[in-house]
Design a protein around this ligand. Structure first.
Ligand code: BGC
Length: 914
């Protein structure tokens, strides 16, 4: 062997030693986003995932490089930040700590990690950019038109046409980079040289625009050319110009007419910059094809009014009006950091049947929120009307009674001649059926496609079991959850409501966080909630407070605190706790000072909302034995939320606050037991499941009584309710986990697998493809009966993942998990996965008469305690080997019929033979 070959071999051996486990990094994120543009935090948090073969991979050190250009990054020149080697196991939410970042800085970054199993190469590069951090960066002016036009009507059922804006400009030099910063209220579309910029829809997130208005940043370098260019926008109403102005003015918040702020910055290769900004040099018209757009009532598009080339160069805008400078909406101008809304999925219709001459009913096969994209060929002036509904009447017509006064009607007028295709721009519908009338000829299935529209968040969870009914319930939950994300979580997507009600997401948000990467959306929502807080501390039930509901209760506003805790636990996002602690505390103080008497909270509004009522047409039960005392609910929530505030105070290093909340909590708990716990029967109040469950689950119940209290719950469910659900929105938030944690997962499973009234399965049996607002959604009064509402899910989805699959974090962000799958004789298989911040966790188990097999994957840099149903460690094998022969799996103890092992990352197959 020559000396050269010798050295080469040595290098090879050394490098393969270094990367024995093929260590690499992937999925680089900045502020939980992939390559975000225009963020505003100057110490953004960076996260990565580690991959590698084998087990027990733990990061021991990292090095992050951040460079101002891709070339510098490629040359390993971290001119913005070189963290150097940091000995640390932390791989998520690492604060950027480099040079001060200023407006517009583009940051290119990569990471390299060292682990106990070798080191990685540098990762693929990722990037982020800073937005406009100072108000003085904005040279653009707000433009709009504060009034309607003769064809508009600003009455209760407002009709307002879209506004089209246009501006031409010249680019004289070679462009290095071009960036648009835009706010279009309520919604906008942006075009450059005739091309739509990006694939977002319903752009511009809903906020209380007097508090905050969010801009989007787009890199449009490739859209700009040398010579003449045109930038153009269309403005729709969204929530800015409200759907029901002059309706109940006190109830509905109005913001005015659509307006826009746009700044296009073109950077030349010689370093100079040209700004094209919204100002009075722009031209506009409202006499274009979108004649009206109203989220409740629909959109009307007249293609005969299309203005050829309006969004491109060379368009003659001399007949257009001069853009007007208008007042700013009032809110702080800030970057949108939650995901944009996009077309996320497509649904093919399954049938089109003729209802009567010229009228057809199309079935999509799935209830969802979005719209129908239609292809058509016909005569100029032909008018097609599309109406949407969730169900049909027995006579085959649409059932629209439960949509209240929402008209949900889109009208398309053909320009004629060639093939035309259309979908609305600024409205969406919640529907499963579409009535088509006026379609030229026979509408065919291929002419229509449903576009499913929601915030572009990754689907992170997968869950299935051996029970097809539960799988369908999960399917319905999945479709219900995605339907109700629209830049904020709303209650329903179809009727004249679509409001961000807080109570609907109190605990549901936790279950949802397993299904979608919703961390940024919920963080944004907490800002909405904070912005809706009154100076005295009151938090409303709907935020942004488009509807005025400051009813002062614990359960709806309490979502503010519960969601902050969810973000911390699920995503390791501590920022919301830091940011909102003071407002949360203010609200807790407000409720205490105003409503607490002898440590009992005397104010409640909704009770245990929507318990299964005693008769089929009722919305709310009148039977007092089904309903739970409101003050009991409010006080129990105060106790629980004080506990979370105590935890937050500790986290933020505020020992005095933590102590004060601890003392308050104790006193509230004592008063609660004093008032509601019967010392003889150990029943709480009127002994509903909710009345017993809240104190038990929250830890108010004295330990000595907890067995009896739990027995009350079990008896109630098993005997009085015959194994069915009897709780409303409040009790159901803790029910499935409560039953499981106290030892009756079988009863939780029974509730989940029922298909008769009342149950989630009953909805499935009655044809539901989403979740209903009411347990009796097939028979109840239409006044409040949506078929796509997710509040009744309670903790069901959280239970699916945390308990049935056993994917549960111990601390923040799944650094360590505790996996305890229940043994339920009727359930053979659960197969689930979830993408944690560290990577994908898999948990699939089968249980055939005590023969238990469990496939687990734990991502690198994370670990788990696994609870295997076995009386001894010896009964357990892993990948066919006796467990005591495997050195890196540690048996910790045997407890309650479980062998508890600690495992590190990697894949495992545990088996216990019966
Ligand atoms: C909404 C609910 C909401 C409730 C509270 C209903 O109209 O649809 O989801 O939480 O009102 O009053």
């Amino acid at each position: 062997m020559s000396k050269r070959t010798h050295i080469a071999l040595l290098i090879f051996i050394l490098s393969s030693y270094k990367c024995l486990a093929g260590i690499a990094t992937q999925n680089l994120r900045c502020e939980m986003l992939h390559n975000p543009l225009g963020i505003e935090t100057i110490h953004p948090r960076l996260s990565w995932q580690i991959t590698g073969e084998g087990r027990n991979i733990n990061q021991t050190a990292y090095r992050v490089l951040v460079a101002s250009t891709p070339t510098k990054l490629a040359a390993n020149e971290g001119d913005l930040w070189d963290s150097h080697r940091v000995n640390s196991g932390e791989s998520i939410m690492i604060n950027y700590a480099g040079k001060a970042l200023i407006s517009r800085t583009a940051c290119y970054w990569k990471v390299k990690v060292w682990t106990n199993k070798g080191e990685s190469q540098w990762s693929q590069p990722a990037m982020w950019s800073e937005g406009l951090l100072n108000t003085t960066d904005w040279k653009a002016r707000w433009i709009g038109h504060d009034g309607g036009f003769p064809w508009d009507s600003v009455s209760k059922f407002s009709r307002l046409s879209a506004r089209y804006y246009h501006k031409q400009f010249d680019v004289k030099q070679e462009v290095k980079k071009a960036t648009v910063y835009i706010i279009g209220l309520g919604h906008y579309e942006l075009y450059i040289n005739g091309n739509i910029i990006d694939d977002q829809v319903l752009a511009g997130p809903p906020t209380d625009y007097t508090q905050s208005v969010k801009y989007n940043t787009f890199d449009v370098t490739n859209a700009i050319k040398q010579g003449a260019n045109a930038v153009a926008t269309v403005l729709g109403n969204g929530r800015f110009f409200t759907m029901r102005p002059k309706y109940k003015p006190k109830k509905i918040k109005e913001f005015g007419f659509p307006k826009m702020l746009l700044q296009l910055e073109v950077e030349y290769t010689d370093g100079t910059r040209q700004l094209i900004v919204s100002d009075s040099s722009w031209k506009f018209t409202a006499d274009g094809p979108i004649r009206t757009n109203n989220e409740y009532d629909g959109e009307e598009y007249d293609a005969t009014k299309e203005m050829s080339g309006w969004n491109n160069t060379g368009f003659d805008d001399s007949k257009w009006l001069k853009a007007e400078l208008v007042e700013a909406p009032g809110g702080r101008v800030e970057a949108q950091v939650n995901e944009l809304i996009k077309v996320m999925d497509r649904v093919k219709p399954i049938s089109i049947n003729q209802l009567k001459s010229g009228t057809w009913i199309m079935e999509m096969g799935q209830n969802f929120a979005g719209w129908v994209k239609m292809h058509v060929k016909g005569k100029r002036g032909d008018k097609i009307t599309l109406r949407y509904a969730e169900t049909l009447q027995p006579n085959g017509e649409l059932y629209v009674a439960n949509l209240r006064d929402a008209k949900v009607t889109d009208v398309y007028t053909l320009k004629g001649g060639e093939d035309e295709s259309w979908r609305p721009a600024f409205v969406y519908h919640g529907f499963r059926y579409v009535e088509i009338s006026g379609y030229p000829g026979r509408p065919e299935l291929a002419d229509f496609e449903g576009e499913v529209v929601y915030d572009a968040m990754a689907t992170t969870g997968h869950f299935e079991t051996s029970n097809p009914l539960i799988n369908q319930v999960y399917h319905n939950a999945y479709w219900g959850i995605l339907s109700n994300y629209k830049g904020m979580p709303v209650d329903c997507p179809q009727r004249n409501e679509r409001m961000p009600w807080l109570g609907d997401r109190a605990v549901g948000s936790l279950g949802e966080s397993f299904v979608f990467a919703n961390g940024n959306l919920y963080a944004k929502w907490l800002d909405d909630i904070a912005q809706s807080q009154k100076p005295d501390g009151a938090i409303p039930d709907v935020a942004p407070a488009y509807w005025n509901y400051y009813s002062d209760n614990m359960t709806w506003p309490g979502t503010y605190i519960l969601v902050a805790d969810m973000l911390y636990r699920q995503f390791a996002d501590k920022a919301p706790v830091e940011k909102h602690y003071a407002s949360m505390k203010k609200w807790m103080d407000y409720m205490r000072i105003k409503y607490m008497k002898d440590y009992i909270v005397t104010k409640d509004k909704y009770g245990d909302w929507c318990v299964p009522p005693e008769s089929p047409e009722l919305i709310h039960s009148k039977d007092s034995s089904r309903n739970t005392n409101g003050q009991l609910i409010a006080t129990a929530y105060y106790y629980h939320l004080s506990g979370l505030m105590q935890k937050f105070a500790k986290l933020l290093n505020k020992p005095a606050d933590a102590q004060a909340f601890a003392v308050l909590k104790l006193r509230v708990g004592n008063a609660f037991n004093q008032k509601y716990l019967d010392k003889k029967s150990f029943r709480y109040a009127n002994n509903t499941v909710t009345a017993n469950l809240l104190p038990l689950y929250f830890g108010i119940t004295p330990v000595a009584s907890s067995k009896t209290v739990f027995k009350n719950i079990v008896d109630k469910i098993a005997n009085d309710a015959n194994g069915h659900i009897s709780t409303g929105v409040i009790g159901t938030q803790w029910l499935m986990r409560g039953l499981t944690e106290y030892g009756r997962p079988d009863l939780a499973y029974r509730i989940a697998s029922n298909d008769d009234y009342p149950s989630w399965g009953y909805m499935v049996k009655h044809g539901a493809t989403t979740m209903w607002e009411l347990w009796n959604g097939d028979t109840a009064n239409p006044a409040m009966n949506s078929h796509n509402h997710i509040m009744l899910l309670g903790d069901l989805v959280a239970w699916f993942y945390q308990d049935l699959a056993g994917i549960k974090t111990v601390n923040e962000g799944f650094k360590e998990m505790v996996m305890i799958p229940p043994v339920i004789s009727q359930l053979n298989t659960v197969n689930a996965s979830y993408e944690t911040p560290y990577g994908v966790v898999k948990s699939s188990w089968t249980n055939n008469n005590g023969h238990f097999t469990w496939h687990i994957t734990v991502p690198p840099n994370s670990k788990a305690l696994v609870y295997i149903p076995a009386g001894t460690g010896k009964a357990v094998t892993e990948s066919g080997h006796a467990i005591d022969t495997i050195k890196d799996i540690k048996l910790l103890k045997i407890e309650g019929g479980r062998a508890i092992f600690r495992i590190g990352s990697g894949s495992y197959i545990f088996e216990v033979k019966s």
